[in-house]
Ligand binder design. Structure first.
Ligand code: MLT
Length: 285
């Protein structure tokens, strides 16, 4: 994208909400569709460096929605928990509305990975290759689920509680070098968290607390699964992610040095290198 060019964001009415989608790349059959699913509590802009890095020359069609209730995507009044399945249904509808008929490369980071595993269970025949980035297939322990319920209540009850969420999350999100040498990146992610919709964040938090274990499903997948992990990820540590890669029949593990939980933000060049290699490896989508 040329400097200062505004990214193309579409608003798509889907399943009773408006879903914002950033799109870039070839919209014909020769562009490989790559669906990028963000983590919590972020939005599509956590992929901005990936869009910049890919540019237009690589025949990748990048599609990065804001999940319902997050970023610029809406949430119905009075909505309860947003299940990972609901997020997955929205993504499928986005691709339908965009008339994408080719098999996609599906890439989910952290909560986006939970959504991706739900997507695979319902719509797996539309996916050629899967990228699981800094995520897990296990469900929450009862204690973690309980903490999430408390957090969701605080998000609803206490104005500005997303700042508290940011205070707690940020030190655990990044590699040591990112924290010391890239304060702009850390600040950008703080702003992203704090400007999110508390109601949407609460709904997603409850949805994560309710999600089921998808490990057995991962073991059955018969497509290439790239497991990407920041070498300093404290939330989805390398040892756990290596195990996931071994559980998948066609799993591959790549560790990204000097990155914590957010390789597309902290090390976008290395992230895109791995993504591109997967997309152009045989069989091509
Ligand atoms: C994320 O980055 O999406 C979160 O760390 C996921 C989670 O809270 O489990």
């Amino acid at each position: 994208m040329a400097v200062n060019e505004t990214p193309l964001i579409k608003m798509l009415p889907i399943n009773g909400v408006n879903i914002a989608v950033r799109e870039q790349g070839q919209d014909n059959a020769s562009g490989i569709p790559v669906l990028l699913v963000h983590g919590f509590p972020f939005d599509h802009s956590m992929w901005n460096r990936v869009f910049d890095e890919v540019g237009f020359e690589h025949h990748l069609r990048l599609i990065a929605p804001d999940l319902r209730g997050l970023g610029a995507s809406s949430l119905p009044d009075g909505a309860g928990p947003t299940s990972m399945e609901q997020f997955a249904d929205d993504l499928f509808a986005v691709l339908e509305v965009m008339n994408i008929r080719q098999k996609i490369v599906l890439c989910g980071l952290s909560m986006g990975g939970y959504v991706a595993m739900q997507y695979m269970q319902k719509y797996g025949d539309t996916v050629a290759k899967l990228v699981l980035c800094d995520t897990k297939t296990t469900a929450d322990s009862p204690q973690v689920a309980e903490n999430r319920r408390l957090q969701a209540q605080n998000l609803i009850d206490k104005p500005g509680f997303l700042s508290t969420v940011a205070d707690t999350m940020l030190p655990n999100l990044f590699a040591a070098k990112t924290l010391t040498e890239k304060p702009d990146v850390v600040q950008e992610m703080r702003t992203l968290i704090e400007s999110n919709n508390p109601r949407g964040a609460a709904a997603a938090t409850l949805g994560m607390a309710n999600r089921l274990d998808s490990t057995e499903y991962l073991k059955k997948l018969d497509i290439p699964v790239l497991v990407l992990c920041g070498s300093e990820d404290k939330l989805s540590p390398p040892a756990e992610m290596k195990k996931m890669a071994n559980q998948a029949k066609k799993g591959e593990y790549i560790e990204i040095a000097e990155s914590g939980h957010l390789p597309p933000v902290e090390q976008p060049t290395h992230f895109v290198h791995a993504l591109r290699d997967l997309c152009f490896s045989c069989p091509r989508p």
